[in-house]
Design a protein around this ligand. Sequence first.
Ligand code: ZN
Ligand code: ZN
Length: 106
Amino acid sequence: MEISVCHSCRAKAFQPISADGEFSLWQCSSCGVRRYQCPRCDGQGWLIRVRVRGGDAEMYVCEECEATFEIALPSRQAFRDFQDWLTSIGKQPAWSSVEEIHEQAA
Ligand SMILES: [Zn+2]
Ligand SMILES: [Zn+2]
């Protein structure tokens, strides 16, 4: 899939709008959905905001390499492994332990 195609509405309107340190923020000008590019796999993957099912903990997870970042996005050095994170909070280390939160522009 072309990088400019929005994963949500499929409009060819997904483009970078700003950079937050090493994290490049992209937004769809059609539906407003936002995503950060994963700094660890050099733009191959997107960071998905997830919340643990039955809990409050939230993280960004790369859908490609499963690097996991704090919502505050400190730096690429601060990533941890998705499965280690889930294990550390007492959850099964699997995608089924989390649900995706779709981020929209305010
Ligand atoms: Zn869209
Ligand atoms: Zn990645």
